[in-house]
Design a protein around this ligand. Structure first.
Ligand SMILES: [Zn+2]
Length: 217
């Protein structure tokens, strides 16, 4: 179900290099992650209450701009060290339309599918399923709280990758959830705004107790 979390429709890189897209993408991502650990220091994550998290992020005009590439590297490092599955530029103080989706299983999200971290510039939701699903979310900007948030189960998105190519992709389930969560940050929203009832909020400790129960049952 989660073996191919991002299904690219317009595989521009594939055409250019005549190689399986995933191989090239993995190479680029590993290279950038490797470089970034040397160059880009982990950034502190802004927390709820900071006005920047409520601003509408600005579009990025030039993806090749050195500052944008450095910002992507800094976000990749910050995400890796925070063990998060997604991050939006406003969370590290840059009100720009840039997000990273990086689903992988970890202590905070033990059932997450594995994928290479993907930087998405000027992202858009082109279409979405009628069907929504509630699922647990947390946020590096909202510490110690988890909430049950309704999201579209399937979305079609467009974005510019860090190499300047426009991509279109279909995202489903948890990866679609991460995208929608991060996309909200670009519109000045946090997951708490989408929770239907305060009864759908729990502490991090209570969330982990719930996970234990779901493992048993
Ligand atoms: Zn968040």
């Amino acid at each position: 179900m989660f073996t191919q979390p991002i299904k690219l429709i317009n595989q521009t890189l594939n055409k250019k290099f005549n190689k399986p897209f995933n191989q090239i993408f993995t190479l680029f991502t590993h290279l950038s992650t490797h470089l970034s650990t040397e160059k880009a220091p982990k950034q502190s994550v802004y927390q709820i209450g900071n006005p920047i998290l409520r601003q509408i992020a600005q579009p990025i005009a030039d993806t090749s701009d050195r500052e944008i590439q450095q910002l992507i590297d800094a976000m990749l490092v910050t995400l890796k060290e925070s063990r998060g599955v997604g991050l939006a530029a406003p969370q590290i103080g840059k009100s720009l339309q840039l997000l990273i989706v990086a689903s992988h299983p970890n202590q905070r999200y033990p059932h997450a599918p594995q994928m290479e971290p993907t930087a998405m510039i000027n992202p858009q939701i082109i279409s979405h399923s009628e069907e929504t699903e509630k699922g647990w979310e947390g946020c590096l900007s909202v510490p110690m709280i988890r909430g049950l948030v309704p999201r579209y189960r399937e979305i079609e998105v467009a974005y510019t990758d860090r190499y300047g190519d426009r991509q279109v992709a279909k995202l489903t389930d948890f990866v679609a959830r991460i995208f929608q969560h991060e996309y909200d940050h670009l519109e000045g929203k946090v997951f708490l705004d989408r929770v239907e009832s305060s009864l759908d909020l729990v502490s991090e400790d209570e969330y982990h107790k719930l996970l234990q129960v779901s493992k048993v049952s």
